[in-house]
Design a protein around this ligand. Structure first.
Ligand code: SAM
Length: 246
C-alpha cells in the first residue's frame, strides 16, 4: 500500500496558527476500550504511523495536496469516524477523493485500519487525535465535504458545551469548506436533533438542503451507531448543509 504522509509544509497568511498547548481543546470522550487483539495492535504499530497526519510546526500550514500518493479531485473530512465503516466505504466508492479521518478512540482507529488493509485503500489519511487540534493547521477552503455522524450527544444540559456541533466549531468548518461544499450531520438523539436545528438555524453561512431528514441518499452508508440506533428503535435524522459563498 502506497503511503507517504505529507510532510511538506507551506506558509499561509490566511490560516491561523495551531493553538498553543495551553489553549488546546479538552477532549471528554473515551480514548481506549478493551485491549486490542494482536492484529489490531500490529495495524496500530505498523500501518498507523504510515497513514497518520503529523502536525506542522506552529504557524505553518499542512500541505494537504501532498498527503496522498496520487492527485485527488477533492478532499473530504470525517470527524469522529468511530469504527471507520463509513469512511472506508466513501474511500472505496470515491477513489479520486482524498479522505481525512479524525478519531481519538484507539479501538475505532484500529477498526478503520482493518478496513483500509482489507480493502487496499490508499486514499485515507488518519489524524488520531482531536479534530479541533488539526483545524488550525489546515488551509482555507480545503474540504469539499465534511461528515459529522452521530457525534457524542452529551444530552445533559451542563455538558452542552462539549457538543461538537457548536458555533465555534461551525466557524472553523465554515473556514475549511469550499463555497458550495457540504456538511453532513447525523444523529439519533432527541436532545441533539433539537440542538443541531438550533445551532444551524443561527448560521447565515450554511444553507439547509436537508429535505426529509429521515431519508438519506444511497451514498450515505450506515455507521455502527446508526445501526445500533435502529436496532434500539430510535429513528436517526440526516442533515445536509451547503456552505454559502462569501
Ligand atoms: C458516538 S461515536 C460515533 C462514531 C461513528 N461516527 C458512528 O456513527 O458509528 C462519536 C465518536 O466521535 C469521536 N469524537 C468525538 N469528538 C471528537 C473530536 N473532537 N475529534 C475526533 N473524534 C472525536 C469519539 O471518540 C467517538 O468515537
Amino acid at each position: 500500500m502506497a503511503a507517504s504522509p505529507g510532510s511538506v509544509l507551506i506558509w499561509s497568511r490566511s490560516s491561523p496558527p495551531p493553538l498553543p498547548e495551553e489553549q488546546a481543546p479538552r477532549f471528554f470522550g473515551r480514548r481506549r476500550g478493551k485491549p486490542l487483539r494482536r492484529t489490531g495492535r500490529g495495524l496500530v504499530e505498523v500501518l498507523l504511523p504510515r497513514l497518520s497526519i503529523v502536525l506542522p510546526p506552529a504557524g505553518e500550514t499542512l500541505a494537504v495536496a501532498t498527503l496522498f500518493p496520487d492527485p485527488t479531485r477533492a478532499l473530504w473530512l470525517e470527524v469522529g469516524f468511530g469504527g471507520g465503516e463509513h469512511l472506508a466505504w466513501q474511500a472505496a466508492h470515491h477513489p479520486d477523493v482524498g479522505l481525512i479521518g479524525c478519531e481519538v478512540f484507539l479501538n475505532g482507529i484500529a477498526s478503520l485500519l482493518g478496513h483500509i488493509q482489507r480493502d487496499g485503500l490508499d486514499n485515507i489519511r488518519v489524524f488520531p487525535e482531536d479534530a479541533r487540534t488539526l483545524f488550525p493547521a489546515l488551509p482555507d477552503a480545503c474540504f469539499e465535504r465534511v461528515f459529522v455522524l452521530f457525534p457524542d450527544p452529551w444530552p445533559k444540559k451542563r455538558h452542552a458545551e462539549r457538543r461538537f456541533v457548536s458555533q465555534p466549531n461551525l466557524d472553523l468548518l465554515a473556514r475549511l469548506l469550499i463555497d458550495g461544499g457540504e456538511l453532513r450531520i447525523a444523529t439519533d438523539d432527541p436532545v441533539y436533533i433539537a440542538w443541531v436545528k438550533e445551532q444551524m438555524a443561527a448560521r447565515t453561512d450554511f444553507e439547509d438542503v436537508t429535505g426529509e431528514p429521515t431519508v438519506k441518499g444511497e451514498d450515505w452508508p450506515a455507521t455502527r451507531y446508526e445501526t445500533k440506533a435502529r436496532e434500539q428503535g430510535r429513528q436517526p435524522v440526516f442533515y445536509r448543509y451547503l456552505r454559502r459563498g462569501g
